[in-house]
Design a protein around this ligand. Structure first.
Ligand code: TRP
Length: 449
């Protein structure tokens, strides 16, 4: 039986849940390690440009599609433009979400182990080299990696089984502001370390010679990843928005908060990296090496580290919930199955992807896809192919095929608010800038230049 769409209870709750989706490991784990691998400042500049020119317009597009119909992508497109072939891409979104959530859960599993070790007192009190070994030992031990990942997925689906309103909204309302405050405390702490300015220089002084095409691709993929774009997540969430939510304002607020969290995470990590004489390009293990080193030099380090990993856990679970919601809502809407059944099917698929990813540093480390192990492959393909492709399709659809009235009505709530320059700006970005930029990236993949 089809369950009634409950929707988010309050406008603030809807924003908090969407910020909850956006803010996650993407900001705190992935953004710093990608910035570190791509030379810092120049990468961040490209990232910011991508947020303004592509991120915000595509976010508004997803909101327009979702809120105007209160349906997930396939049904929404069918309603807005009957017979349009664009609905096929909803399958790309669902597949993308399953793959991304699969590998992402493995990192969430690492977070739980770090939380556990913080609480039992074994995390702090080591040298940076020992932290590196500690991380290698975790990812190299299949049982540990798999168990933490499974535990995480279990909790994820437990919250989901309680329904969107009670589970997601309530959690996001409390946890997101707390995470924000904690990050600011850590920023101040990092800025007070000796030699911290080298880190700030790395972050904010663009050195374009270190960027290259790879850096540009990574920055663009990361902007999509961080804002939860391209795999119909925000279409799904905005299908639960109330009609009086303000799409323009909300999209700008959400993007700004998300970007701020990523930059704050950078300010926590890089001053410490340089102050402790470590390498910024450590890759996915970066924060797991640096954070314990930061916490242990703070008074009351154990408490800080427990608090931080608890909040990181919540930030991550509000993101995986939004990712899991994509296939669940899709199946409920399209195949009219119960939410419970959709949840179980989603859980099974995600668990398979997650276990394969969790094993890709140990048992399955020999399995290579395009010279990457399964985890690294998904970490690349998710943002840099699935999300960019989804973003391209969304931009073309809303920019070129959706009726102007629908866009106008959604942006202004039926004429109640003024859209000012926002509407022409996003239409220009959607029609020209986003397609050209993303197509250039895809040409780069094919080796044209
Ligand atoms: N934005 C989240 C992060 O930065 C990840 C995420 C959640 C996501 N939902 C998504 C990414 C949907 C793409 C699509 O951690």
């Amino acid at each position: 039986m089809k369950e009634k769409r409950t929707g988010f209870a309050t406008r603030l709750g809807a924003i908090a849940a969407t910020v909850g989706s956006a803010v996650g490991l993407g900001n705190i784990w992935r953004f710093p390690y990608q910035a570190g691998e791509n030379g810092g400042g120049a990468y961040i500049l490209v990232y910011l440009i991508c947020v303004v020119l592509l991120g915000i317009p595509i976010m508004m597009s997803e909101f327009i599609i979702g809120r105007s119909t209160h349906k997930s992508m396939k049904g929404a497109i069918q309603e807005l433009t009957p017979g349009s072939p664009f609905k096929i891409f909803s399958y790309v979104g669902v597949l993308g979400a399953l793959l991304i959530c699969g590998y992402y859960s493995v990192v969430c599993g690492w977070v739980i182990e770090y939380l556990w070790n913080s609480a039992d007192g074994t995390l702090l009190g080591h040298t940076p080299e020992q932290y590196s070994d500690m991380f290698e030992s975790l990812v190299g031990t299949p049982q540990r990696c798999v168990l933490w990942t499974l535990l995480f997925l279990f909790l994820n689906f437990l919250v989901l089984s309680r329904g969107i309103q009670k589970g997601v909204e309530r959690m996001a309302n409390i946890m997101m502001p707390l995470l924000f405050i904690l990050l600011i405390v850590f920023c101040i702490n990092s800025l007070m370390l000796t030699g911290s300015m080298k880190g700030m220089d790395f972050l904010f002084n663009p050195k374009f010679e270190e960027l290259g095409w790879k850096g540009v691709v990574d920055a663009m993929g990361q902007a999509f990843m961080s804002l939860s774009l391209g795999v119909t997540c925000l279409i799904t969430y905005s299908s639960y928005f109330k009609d009086d939510s303000r799409l323009m304002k909300d999209a700008v607020t959400i993007s700004a908060l998300d970007t701020l969290v990523a930059i704050l995470a950078g300010i926590v990590i890089f001053p410490a990296v340089f102050s402790f004489g470590l390498e910024p390009n450590a890759g996915p293990k970066l924060i797991f090496e640096i954070l314990p080193t930061i916490f242990q030099q703070m008074p009351g380090g154990m408490v800080w580290s427990i608090l931080f990993f608890v909040l990181l856990f919540f930030a991550s679970i509000t993101s995986t919930i939004s990712l899991s919601e994509i296939p669940i809502t899709f199946m409920v809407d399209e195949y009219k199955i119960s939410r419970g059944k959709a949840l179980i099917i989603t859980a099974v698929f995600m668990t398979i992807v997650a276990v394969l990813s969790a094993l890709s540093f140990s048992t399955l480390s020999g399995v290579k896809l395009f010279e990457k192990n399964i985890f690294d492959f998904l970490d690349y393909v998710g943002p840099n192919i699935f999300m960019l492709l989804g973003g391209l399709v969304t931009a073309i659809y809303v920019g070129w095929f959706l009726k102007k009235e629908v866009i106008h009505n959604q942006l202004t709530n039926g004429g109640k608010y003024r859209s000012g320059f926002v509407q022409p700006y996003i239409i220009f970005c959607l029609r020209f800038i986003a397609p050209i930029a993303i197509i250039i990236i895809f040409l780069y993949y094919t080796g044209v230049f």
